[in-house]
Design a protein. Sequence first.
Length: 256
Amino acid sequence: MTQAPSITDFHFYTKIEDFPESLRHYVDASDKITVFKHPFSTDFLPMALPVPVEEFLAFRENQARQLMTKGSWLNFVFFHSRPFRMDILADLVRGGHFSENPETYWDLARAVWADSEQPEDDARWRLLLNPGLPGRAAMTHPRDRPLLEAMPDTITLYRGVHADDDASAKDAALSGWSWSLKENTAAWFAQRLIGKGKQPYVIGATVEKRDVIAYLTSRNEDEIITDSTCVQVTSVKLQKAKKSREDDLVPMRGFS
């Protein structure tokens, strides 16, 4: 029986100097925590590996190459660390990998959108949500498509934001892609993790159904994805700020 490795068999990385010089630019020490942020491995320091980091990354890269050769696009994209998945999907779009099967792309776009922690004003979303591929109805899960089809031609939307005043609240709402059919969902987001000096707002709006990119229910948010240039704001409501509670705080997801 193979003996499990002991603690002395591991390679430890506690600071930037522990990494080979060629990999040090992947170490991010700009915050209070230090993170090794590489397409094939993202982790907090200190980190421990059973083999040297360059050997580990080469092994992961070879696995990714095999997935790409098979055309296993979902597994290929999600084999990469979360901070890099948007870029990997964008590279696949630019490479024309979905030109013959665009529905595969929209399935992937739905998965990357739901998984991502990147802010909605990230410029990369404009490419990923407007990739020039047909069949965007496939970004809506098959179970939700009849629900979208049954909606009126003009749909009422809500979005919760944090802002200084009415004007900046409207601007903040129009900087994103995600809206909800439910005002109480928007109100929850308006109250969640408010920055110092900011106020909670709920923005009401309408959008034409033909301009909806996707309708998503997997997170129980009745989420509508649409380009803000297609949205007409109808109301800006300042909410009464609530004291933050422990159950309002959602733990930061990992870097898997």
